[in-house]
Design a protein. Sequence first.
Length: 227
Amino acid sequence: MPFVFDSIFARGRRRDHPGWPETAGPVTTCHNDEIMLRPITGDDGDWWRATRVKQEARLRPVEPTVPQGWLRAHTPAAWREHCRLLRDSARDGVTVPFVIVVNGDRAGELTLGSISHGSISECWIGYWVAAEFTGRHVATVATALGTDHAFTRVGLHRVTATYLPDNPASGAVLRRNGFREEGFLLSDININGRWRDHHLMALTEDELHGGCVGFLEQAGLIVDSAP
């Protein structure tokens, strides 16, 4: 569905948002995991809070700074605000927030953010995956599903992503999906209390025949992507 400028400026909010609320997948990986993306809901709060508090040591060093501190950023009230902001921005056509689901279990979050249509037609993609799901290509496959969703359902032309120089695993996830490096951003995002440089990666819709899921199928990481 095309972007309509007057729907934002006349009413302040879009009446609908392409790609939301929808699911992406499922697909089956070479590890026999079934992976899909589904819209985030209010019922995800207990899982979100418990998982992220437990895995603070893994997540805080690679995520944007939370000035109030990690524990206060993961209270029930903080979850309600987080969920409300995500779902409001989804209805406004700015964000598509997903939960990553592996074999029926919640495994992390993936977000398409800063969505712009028209002559820009791009968004960024970001994710986190719980420790118990690492080593099984969950992040790679979820990124493929999210990127293809941005191209085919949201109707965008370009998806970008960034990663820290000391987090090469994140860069590997993007490269497996066909993303290429476009530049190096100096002092770009405040991470864990200080400004950090980031590698900038990008992919356009016409660079991969068959999309990211098809690319991973050719590489043997996805063995079944049938609807």
